[in-house]
Write a protein that binds this ligand. Structure first.
Ligand code: KIV
Length: 271
């Protein structure tokens, strides 16, 4: 029987068992009750309440403006919908960097107020003290290396990271550091496939890739991108499974036509 039976509630241990058994981990983002319910029913293993909510829900250019209150609100909505998946909540920019005490307080707020199951932080050696302090409270932590969107003003672009030797070697060292600190998994974003393979082989906790090739232990996409709701963002790693932008626009047009022509509502749709 596969480790990730659809009846079983997913925990951080399940993900570890999946890596050991060579089973791919599936992860998608969600930010609201209705879509989180469908994503959970669809059988995804991990739901990430990502700070990408800043882009796809709030229409902001970066994830930097997200606050702890925003993340807790989205996580509360998702948590009410989810029966099976493990819920990971992004810690927003400014809630953990450079201050491990603040990091612990922020993570505790997320856990107490949203009922999420774990938190995710972006970065390596620079934030390991914050990760260690959060872990002392028994809060599971997912790491995030490679392209870390909260540092966009340091990088200057959203292009592939760690193509060069020094940055690639630091990323491998950071992954080992996060594993030693006690993280239960690491997201690898937009790095070369061969580097992601090296990292996945070098550590025993699962790696979950986005734009990091086929050799990670799992994959994650932003829900609105893979459903084709957002089409202004088309990186090469994105596979679209639906074309909801056009389908929704078409449904809205047909509704407007029906109301304007008097076709809606009919007697059978009235009291
Ligand atoms: O916020 C987010 O959606 C993420 C994923 C891109 C991994 O961090």
């Amino acid at each position: 029987m596969s480790v990730h039976s659809t009846a079983r509630k997913i925990t951080t241990n399940t993900l570890q068992e999946m890596k050991a058994a060579g089973e791919q981990i599936t992860m998608l983002t969600a930010y609201d009750y209705s879509l989180a319910k469908l994503v959970d029913r669809g059988g995804v293993d991990v739901i990430l309440v990502g700070d990408s909510a800043s882009n796809v829900m709030a229409g902001q250019a970066t994830t930097v403006p997200m606050t702890l209150d925003h993340m807790i609100y989205h996580a509360q909505c998702v948590e009410r919908a989810v029966d099976r998946a493990l819920i990971v909540v992004d810690m927003p920019f400014g809630s953990y960097q450079g201050n491990s005490r603040l990091a612990l307080e922020s993570a505790i707020r997320i856990m107490k107020e949203s009922n999420g199951h774990s938190v995710k932080l972006e970065g390596g050696s620079e934030i390991v003290e914050s990760i260690e302090r959060i872990l002392t409270a028994g809060i599971p932590v997912m790491g995030h290396l490679g392209l870390t969107p909260q540092s966009i003003y340091k990088f200057g672009t959203y292009t592939v990271r760690a193509k060069e030797g020094e940055e690639a070697e630091k990323l491998i060292e950071d992954a080992k550091l996060l594993e030693a600190a006690g993280c239960f998994a690491i997201v690898l974003e937009k790095i070369p496939s061969d580097l992601a393979k090296r990292v996945s082989e070098a550590i025993s906790i699962p790696t979950i890739g986005i734009g990091a090739g086929p050799d990670c232990d799992g994959q994650v996409l932003v829900l609105h991108d893979m459903l084709g709701i957002t089409t202004d963002f088309s990186p090469r790693f994105l596979r679209r499974y639906l074309d909801l932008e056009n389908q929704i626009e078409d449904a809205v047009k047909r509704y407007c036509d029906d109301v304007r022509s008097g076709d809606f509502p009919k007697d059978s749709e009235s009291y």
